[in-house]
Design a binder for this molecule. Structure first.
Ligand code: C2E
Ligand code: MG
Ligand code: MG
Length: 575
């Protein structure tokens, strides 16, 4: 080699070295500014190098694969094997592998990410393992997971996650031919707590009931906070202590003691529970919850603090009510209502006093639906307002045609629902109808029920006085079925009291009923009110009622409710 050639080679090498050290510096900088620790291994040289933040991660160094034991010691037991797999990924001829490990002291999470570079014959050449601290990321993730699965108020599962778990129960139950019970639990009169003591107290109560229910959760029992004051529980394969009965007993036992709130209040509550079961009631999670909900409301209707099981008659009743509700919406427009009239007679001279208008409805399929069934539904969905308006107008219009057929003046009784009665403008509307059809206010009697009295008492009585000021009569219907008390009758400005059919039914056979009926009638008479007995079916009943001083008799014995033509025929015959 000539001198020139030699110099050329040296220059070339220096240049290469310079380039290399620039690169090396660059890599070192990258490693050092990264937040990660790196472990590099060269298979060819069997050499390990530690780079990056190794020393801030670990208080030991690794020179040899034997030292890896130190890493395994650091991580929590369940993560040791997965970590080993990642660190020796070339044994499985893999190129990349990753695992997350929690440290034994549970204070941090580390991620180990490994990559092996192979030559063209598949022989491993280099391995790099990157270790990062993912604790923060994990915590955020946990919070998100918590929000996705749990209800923040009670710490119980939230609705969505509960539905997923319940679906899993149902899937398993199908495989294992087991049963899943679903309980919908609702705090009775929760609104009173919320309205009376405020939503903060309401929330605390919901929390406390939630943590009580949570105590029952285990592998086969899951509980969620569905919303507001409603919880849902599912029991997989209910047996032993873990049955609906067992749970119900525990709940009842707890409800006997008050809940103590942080503000010092002691609240006594009861709950209503609806129960549905897979496979009997429904075949999937949402349907099960729906069925349990239907019967939970049923148990509310039955006076709360009860448990109600889903069965076919209840489902049918529910479906029927839904159907009725849908059809009721346009029943007024489609003229599918009709009024029947039931005659009322004076007990003494058997003369006609007047008639009660009773609504009749044929639903879409032409079936007669009892007002006892559809009126409560119409009251719930508001249809009662337009139905009630129609009844008033139709009744008064018809009555105007009849009132001249008799010498004595007659009374038309119209049933008025509480909602209709409480509406502003009710009195004006009625007065308007009377003047349109030229009917005297004294000829009309409104039948209200005790349910009206749940509303603001002063407002109710003020309206009664206004009505009576115009001369309109008012009677209290179904007396004896509600929270009736003779003492408040004194405060009610009414004209007539209708003793409910349930008294008349047993008045002859049951001496207690007899005593009550007699005292009602004598008390009412001393108040100067008129009494009407409803549902009188037998001569004996009539005679007895007459004897004890009942003024008016209404019932099948004297006459059933009649369609217009028949009522008209009756009036003609009497004239
Ligand atoms: P109510 O006002 O107490 O009417 C008396 C009910 O007893 C009527 O039932 C009548 O047909 C029935 N009844 C009368 N005498 C006898 C009897 O001797 N034996 C038997 N077994 N039953 C008798 P209906 O017509 O089915 O009405 C049921 C309830 O529906 C009514 O009870 C009333 O609360 C309500 N209702 C009826 N029409 C209207 C209406 O136009 N508006 C409102 N808001 N409610 C109405
Ligand atoms: Mg009535
Ligand atoms: Mg009645």
């Amino acid at each position: 080699m000539t001198m020139n050639e030699l110099r050329y080679q040296v220059d070339l090498l220096t240049a290469k070295n310079q380039k290399l050290s620039v690169q090396e510096k660059m890599y070192r900088l990258v490693c050092e500014t990264s937040y990660n620790a790196f472990l590099y291994y060269s298979f060819e040289k069997s050499e390990i190098r530690l780079l990056g933040k190794w020393d801030s991660f670990f208080n030991f160094r690794i020179r040899d694969w034997k030292d890896l034991g130190r890493l395994y010691e650091m991580v929590d037991e369940p993560y040791v094997d997965p970590l080993r797999e990642v660190l020796f990924l070339e044994k499985k001829q893999r190129q990349d592998a990753v695992t997350e490990c929690m440290l034994r002291d549970r204070r941090a999470w580390l991620e180990f990410r490994a990559r092996v570079y192979y030559d063209k014959d598949g022989i491993p050449q280099d391995k790099i393992i990157c270790i990062s601290d993912i604790t923060k990321f994990k915590q955020q993730n946990e919070e998100l997971t918590y929000m996705a699965y749990y209800d923040s108020l009670t710490g119980l599962f939230n609705r969505n996650y509960f539905v997923r778990l319940l679906s899993e129960y149902v899937r398993r139950a199908q495989e294992e031919r087991e049963i899943v019970s679903v309980l919908l639990i609702d705090i009775d009169d929760f609104r009173k707590v919320n309205d009376g003591l405020g939503i903060i107290v309401g929330d605390e109560l919901v929390q406390q009931v939630g943590s009580f229910l949570k105590e029952m959760s285990c592998e086969d029992i899951i509980v969620c906070h569905l919303n507001s004051d409603i919880y849902c529980m599912a029991i997989y394969n209910p047996t032993g202590q873990k049955t609906v009965n067992g749970v119900h007993e525990r709940i009842q036992e707890r409800m006997r003691r008050p809940f103590l709130l942080s503000g010092g209040q002691e609240i006594n509550i009861t709950v209503s529970i609806g129960v549905a079961e897979y496979p009997e009631s429904a075949s999937n999670a949402l349907e099960l919850i729906g069925c349990a909900e239907i019967v939970m409301y049923k148990s509310k209707d039955m006076g709360k603090n009860t448990i109600q099981y889903f069965d076919t008659p209840i489902l049918n009743e529910f479906l029927q009510n839904v159907q009725i509700e849908n059809q009721l919406k346009d029943a007024v427009h489609s003229r599918s209502f009709e009024l029947y009239y039931q005659p009322q007679y004076y007990a003494g001279n058997r003369q006609l006093r007047g008639m009660e208008a009773l609504i009749r409805w044929r639903d879409g399929s032409g079936r007669m639906v009892s007002p006892a069934v559809f009126i409560p539904i119409a009251e719930q969905n508001g249809a009662i307002v337009s139905i009630g308006r129609w009844v008033m107008e139709e009744g008064i219009r018809q009555f105007a045609k009849w009132r001249h057929m008799q010498e004595e003046s007659l009374v038309l009784s119209i049933n008025v629902s509480a909602i209709q009665y409480m509406k502003d403008g009710f009195v004006d509307e009625l007065m308007q109808l009377l003047s349109t059809y030229q009917v005297h206010p004294q000829e009309v009697e409104l039948e209200i029920t005790e349910s009206v009295l749940i509303e603001d008492f002063d407002k109710v009585t003020a309206k009664l006085r206004a009505l009576r000021g115009f001369g309109i009569r008012v009677s209290l219907d179904d007396f004896g079925t509600g929270f009736s008390s003779l003492s408040y009758l004194k405060k009610l400005p009414i004209d007539t009291l209708k003793v409910d059919k349930s008294f008349i039914d047993t008045v002859l056979s049951d001496s207690a009923t007899r005593v009550i009926t007699e005292s009602i009638i004598s008390m009412v008479r001393t108040l100067g009110l008129e009494t009407i007995a409803e549902g009188v079916e037998q001569e004996q009943q009539y005679k007895y009622l007459h004897a004890i001083g009942c003024d008016v008799i209404q019932g099948y014995y004297f006459g059933r409710p009649l369609p217009v033509q028949e009522m008209e025929a009756l009036l003609e015959k009497m004239a």
